[in-house]
Design a protein around this ligand. Structure first.
Ligand code: G1P
Ligand code: ZN
Length: 542
């Protein structure tokens, strides 16, 4: 039976870089999730007769939210919902399932790498029929719908038992509970040379994978241990927990410290990797080496032909604008089209759909390809393992030869977290107002060549997205980008992206922070950042 509940708009239900993210306590308020879900239905023209995929990363409130969304889908007349067993699906697996079942869309419950738990963050994201995050026009329509909502509809019933695979019904709607791992693992087996990776492991090559108590634990166990023969001891923190064990499920040198330390230690394994809360991010390490995400993307692009799924070559490559130009260097040598998009995976969707790009990635530990429409953590790990198996070299050797061939793009991101929104916004506004006059000006050792407020004209649909970050390029082969995060849930986070190119053959093995010294100094001179934000140093350096 359908019940209609009167409601009023809730302010601030505006999707950001990746869906709607708020403190868990906000999502747990009566009607908060319901209002947003009804707005999704209203914003996309209803779900009458449609097929949806549903699942999340298992964080606190995932289980409750899944039950509510199932009942609201039934009330809205959806024909069928495919839901991961226990309400679980990694983001890449959800994207794959939407495509595999030709579903009309899907809902993913996650706040990605943000901490979980009752005091942490929660999030919800709508993906469209191509399996990718809803593009701007859709998220805007959903936001508009939140602002005029007067009621929501929900099917009146108790909870469904979704702990066992199989079909059930909620009123007239079918609910198919499926194994969250099987289809994804099968897709990986189609793309990669599992025999070569199995032989690599059998030869004594050691790996360590940190699932950070998040969703990839079961996926990594099935793929790395069961299908590829790695020992169970390969896995760290492989049991998903609603609060990620109190940790911060962000695979970077700060939050995956233990893994990084073990790779830098005396008995280091040959390869280390980690993924985030919902399984779409990755971190790649070799014995004694941390591979920056931008470098990882470039190495993957340069070696993709060694992987069966990409043996026929790449149509093109794409990166988010703040990511380093290491990818561009590969694209130039290989004669590949290379695109720079605004931050956020949704901007890659059109390029992938149109067959203009095969690989894409972001500096924020996101790498992926046209096999799905999300970034994919375990896919990136398997790309590396397949490349390592075929090249028979260590990660350190691969990096050294890559830099020899293409030069090195020293790169780092400095995050200033939970700063006063006003201070961060006025810093950017003041710099924006000065952009036109910057070219030719010198800041320490660097001379500004180009300064712009990045706008992206989508080459496929012609849509223009403006205000995507301030980009300042220097004549000396350096670059500085400043933008505000669109995924935070408290205060503002200012991201400062720093890059400097060393063409080689010399100067390829410096400490990145030291190599970036002139860019850091130029940023300080240009913006007066530390005084304006009242911060002596960044909170997070990746
Ligand atoms: C961050 C990353 C961005 C990524 C997004 C979702 O967004 O910077 O590359 O797509 O998370 O994972 P931001 O907080 O910078 O808006
Ligand atoms: Zn994520």
């Amino acid at each position: 039976m359908i019940t209609t509940i009167a409601t009023t708009p809730i302010s601030g239900q505006k999707p950001g870089t990746s869906g709607l993210r708020k403190k868990t306590a906000v999502f747990c308020q009566p009607g908060y999730l319901e209002n947003f879900v009804q707005s999704i239905w209203n914003g996309i023209g209803g779900v009458q007769g449609k097929v949806l995929v549903l699942g999340g990363d298992g964080r606190f409130f995932n289980d409750r939210a899944v039950q509510i969304i199932l009942r609201m889908a039934a009330a809205a007349g959806a024909a069928r919902v495919i839901v991961g067993q226990g309400g679980l699906l990694s983001t890449p697996a959800a994207s794959h399932l939407i495509r595999l079942h030709k579903a009309d869309g899907g809902i993913i419950l996650s706040a990605s790498h943000n901490p979980g738990g009752a005091d942490g963050d929660f999030g919800i994201k709508y993906n469209t029929a191509n399996g990718g995050p809803a593009p701007e026009p859709v998220t805007k329509a959903i936001y508009r719908a939140t602002q005029s909502l007067t009621s929501y509809q929900i099917w009146q019933s108790g909870d469904l038992d979704i702990s066992v695979p199989g079909r059930q019904h909620l009123g007239p709607m079918a609910v198919d509970v499926i194994d969250p791992v099987a289809d994804y693992a099968a897709l990986m087996e189609q793309i990669f040379d599992f025999a070569a990776i199995r032989a690599l492991f059998a030869s004594g090559f050691q790996i360590s994978f940190d699932a950070m108590h998040a969703i990839t634990g079961p996926y990594a166990r099935e793929i790395l241990v069961h299908r590829l023969g790695a020992p169970e001891s390969t896995l760290r923190n492989a049991i998903p927990l609603p609060d990620f064990g109190g940790g911060h499920p962000d695979p970077n040198p700060v939050w995956a410290r233990d893994l990084v330390d073990s790779l830098m230690g005396p008995d280091a394994p040959d390869f280390g990797a980690a993924s985030d809360g919902d399984g779409d991010r990755n971190m790649i390490l070799g014995r004694g080496v941390y591979v920056t995400p931008s470098d990882s993307l470039a190495v993957i692009a340069a070696n993709a032909h060694l992987v069966p799924g990409y043996a026929q070559g790449l149509a093109g490559v794409a990166r988010s604008m703040p990511s380093s130009a290491a990818l561009d260097a590969v694209a130039q040598v290989r004669g590949l089209p290379c695109y720079a998009t605004p931050t956020g995976w949704k901007f890659f969707g059109n390029l992938l759909d149109a067959g203009r790009a095969t690989l894409c990635g972001e500096e924020s530990a996101g790498t992926g390809s046209d096999h799905i429409r999300e970034k994919d953590g375990l896919w990136a790990v398997l790309m590396w393992l397949n490349i390592l198996a075929r090249r028979g070299q260590s990660v350190a050797q691969i990096m050294a030869t890559h830099w020899q061939e293409f030069g090195r793009h020293y790169y780092s991101r400095h995050d200033y977290e939970e700063v006063e929104a006003q201070a961060a916004e006025s810093l950017l506004a003041d710099l924006r107002a000065r952009l036109e006059g910057l070219p030719g000006q010198r800041f320490g050792a660097l001379t500004v060549q180009l300064a712009e407020d990045f706008a992206y004209a989508d080459p496929v649909d012609g849509s223009v997205t403006a205000g995507q970050g301030l980009q300042i390029s220097f004549a000396e082969g350096a670059r500085l980008v400043l933008r505000l995060s669109g995924t935070g849930t408290a205060g503002a986070t200012l991201r400062v992206y720093l890059e400097r190119y060393a063409p080689g053959p010399d100067g390829l093995h410096h400490d990145p922070q030291a190599a970036l010294g002139p860019v850091i100094a130029a940023c300080e001179k240009m913006t007066g950042l530390s005084a304006r934000l009242g911060r002596a140093k960044p909170d997070i350096v990746t």
